[in-house]
Design a protein around this ligand. Structure first.
Ligand SMILES: C[S@@+](CC[C@H](N)C(=O)[O-])C[C@H]1O[C@@H](n2cnc3c(N)ncnc32)[C@H](O)[C@@H]1O
Length: 228
């Protein structure tokens, strides 16, 4: 059996958050538990990294959900200009500043990244709180999707009123992209209601003998001066 080490643990308003490591050395796997539920680990992170591909080099990006920092690290490697990262769990942001894992430490140390502790829904509602819009890309990976929520309150994030708020905060030509654990007709319908420039990108991640057919939904704002 592999060693299981708790790197950090916190219990707050939104439930229990645990960062832990399975195994040691090069084979070690980091795991994140959010609200008492398994959120992700570092075994297969292609889908987290695929979300970053929606932001072009030089972009100003808003990201919802820090997790283990894979999306943000990929954005940094992709030479974006700046990242506003909004994370619900203050403890996770603290652990990033404390470099509890090398990747979280790298994210917190990069001068292009500003870490905000907030509910992404509050930021998308644009009530004058920091960080301020607009962004070239808004990337949301805060929960599994409407069918399989870790936080019940996140259901709103996948509905048209919140998606409209997010879409309204894009620069001309900007893109809103939402990670989802599988195809979801209701979410796809809401994304299509934003613009005809919407996409449902179905992808497959392979994890041992398991296949995960995840989806990234996206909606692109019209370029300045162009009729949609
Ligand atoms: C699956 S993880 C994100 C994974 C991340 N893309 C990565 O590359 O590691 C989801 C993250 O979203 C955070 N989260 C959940 N609900 C949120 C909300 N409403 N606002 C901001 N962050 C939220 C969780 O605490 C967790 O850190």
């Amino acid at each position: 059996m592999q060693d299981l080490t708790t790197l950090a643990r916190s219990c707050g308003r939104h439930g229990e958050v645990v960062l832990r490591r399975r195994g040691t050395g090069d084979d070690a796997v980091d795991e994140l538990i959010v609200n008492g539920a398994f959120a992700m680990d570092s075994v297969e992170t292609g889908s987290e990294r695929a979300l970053a591909a929606f932001a072009a080099p030089g972009s100003r990006v808003l990201v919802g959900g820090l997790g283990l920092g894979f999306t943000v690290a990929e954005l940094l490697d992709g030479h974006v200009a700046s990242i506003d990262l909004v994370e619900l769990e203050g403890a996770l942001v603290t652990w990033a500043y404390e470099a509890k894992t090398p990747r979280l430490g790298r994210v917190a140390a990069d001068p292009r990244v500003r870490l905000w502790v907030d509910d992404i829904r509050t930021v998308l509602a644009a009530t004058g709180v920091e960080p301020q819009p607009p962004w070239d890309a808004i990337l949301l990976d805060v929960d599994n999707g409407p069918d399989f929520l870790i936080h019940a309150e996140n259901a709103d994030l996948y509905r048209l009123p919140t998606l409209e708020q997010a879409y309204a905060q894009l620069c001309p030509g900007g893109v809103l992209a939402i990670w989802c654990q599988g195809p979801h007709a209701g979410l796809w319908s809401a994304v299509r209601a934003l613009t005809s420039a919407s996409r449902e990108d179905r992808r497959r991640a392979v994890r041992g003998r398991h296949r995960i057919d995840y989806v990234i939904y996206s909606a692109r704002a019209p370029d300045r001066g162009r009729q949609q």
